[in-house]
Design a protein around this ligand. Structure first.
Ligand code: NDP
Length: 336
């Protein structure tokens, strides 16, 4: 059973040296009631995995040193002691960076069946946790309304690109922030944003002032730091800020910078709320039904960036932090 272990805790910027390849025996075949044995076929990468590598309290326990790195995978069930996940069926779960895993619903909040008409890259991508996060973040946490001026940061990524399109479908005016001219072009041409801001070469605050003269009603923030600060500077009266992620600080040992202008939240009577998808799993059936309809109807577009080979797992994870990923970052476990 090939595995990638956490060899040491990343010190700031995560690097390939933080992981070690290991060959373990096949997991035991004597499954307890409720357990399944799966063969992973594809991994999905999430910026949150970086947080789980720190020895800090969070919504899931830290990954321990020499433990298999926790991560999403699409897998085939090769032995089952759970009738909900029969042998031969496809499942998604937090099976970790390894070929084979034993899993049970009790220990894996993400364990779900993948219907036959959904491919592994769709189960981890457009019908995966990132899209569900965009859905509950926009509707339930952000209380998205038609006519809102909505801002999304990290807008070309897995969560952000779906957040932009949900806002557009709900009748909002949508602004997106992403890195680089090409990603900014996707925002407008493919995802239907009204305008895009390239944070790498533009003055985000000045552009927000020009694009949202009446302020931002709903800011869905994936980035934190100075971009969050820029959004606060232009928040509308009674505006809402949804804190989904803060990727600008994940590799920073000092933690994310700012925001230094929280006073603006008071003068604008604005609110700011963090959320974690795992607290909203009751919304998954409704979200899946809507996403299916939008995707199959061509109303939502998405990109998946599929890398290859078990050996390329760590460097594929690193792509999230350089912005190299072109949409949802995945890896097909073929070859070495
Ligand atoms: P993405 O597909 O968006 O990939 C990460 C992107 O972040 C990169 O492509 C890059 O885009 C951008 N980025 C990386 N470093 C920086 C930086 N220093 N400053 C600004 N942007 C940066 O990832 P996801 O869509 O999977 O995740 C997006 C966010 O959502 C993350 O913060 C994640 O933690 C959060 N999240 C939260 C969940 C929740 O339950 N609250 C659940 C799932 C995700 P670019 O090229 O534009 O710079």
């Amino acid at each position: 059973n090939r595995q990638w272990l956490l060899a040491r805790r990343p010190n700031g910027q995560v690097s390939v040296e933080d992981f070690a390849r290991h060959d373990a025996p096949m997991p035991r075949a004597d499954l307890a009631a409720g357990e399944i044995l799966v063969r992973n076929l594809m991994f999905g990468f999430d910026p949150a995995q970086r947080g789980w590598m720190d020895d800090a309290p969070s919504y899931l326990p830290p990954i321990m040193i020499d433990e298999v790195v926790r991560g999403s995978a699409a897998a085939r069930v090769i032995a089952s002691a759970n009738p909900a996940y029969p042998e031969g069926s496809m499942v998604r779960g937090l099976f970790g960076w390894q070929d084979y895993a034993v899993a049970a619903r009790a220990g894996d909040p993400d364990l779900v069946s993948i219907p036959e008409d959904i491919a592994p890259e769709e189960a981890l991508g457009i019908f995966g946790a990132a899209s569900l996060t965009a859905y509950v973040g926009m509707f339930d946490v952000g209380r998205l309304r038609a006519g809102d001026c909505v801002l999304v940061s990290g807008a070309a990524g897995a969560v952000g690109s779906v957040a932009i399109q949900i806002a557009r479908l709900a009748g909002a005016r949508v602004l997106g922030i992403a890195g680089g001219a090409e990603k900014c072009r996707w925002l407008v041409e493919d995802y239907g944003a009204d305008a895009a801001i390239d944070y790498r070469c533009e003055d985000v605050r000045a552009r927000l002032g020009a694009l949202a003269p009446d302020g931002i009603d709903l800011f869905f923030d994936n980035v934190g730091g100075t971009i969050l600060e820029g959004g606060i500077a232009h928040i509308a009266r009674f505006g809402r800020i949804v804190l989904c992620g803060a990727i600008s600080g994940y590799n920073d040992v000092r933690g994310a910078v700012g925001p230094r202008n929280l006073m603006r939240m008071i003068s604008q009577r604005a609110e700011m709320c963090g959320f974690i998808l795992l607290d909203h799993l009751d919304r998954v059936p409704a979200a899946m039904a809507d996403l299916r309809q939008w995707v199959r109807g061509g109303q939502i577009h998405y990109r998946t960036d599929i890398q290859h080979g078990f050996g390329a797992v760590p460097q594929t994870f690193l792509r999230l932090f350089s912005g190299s990923n072109q949409g949802k970052q995945l890896l097909r476990i073929d070859g070495t």
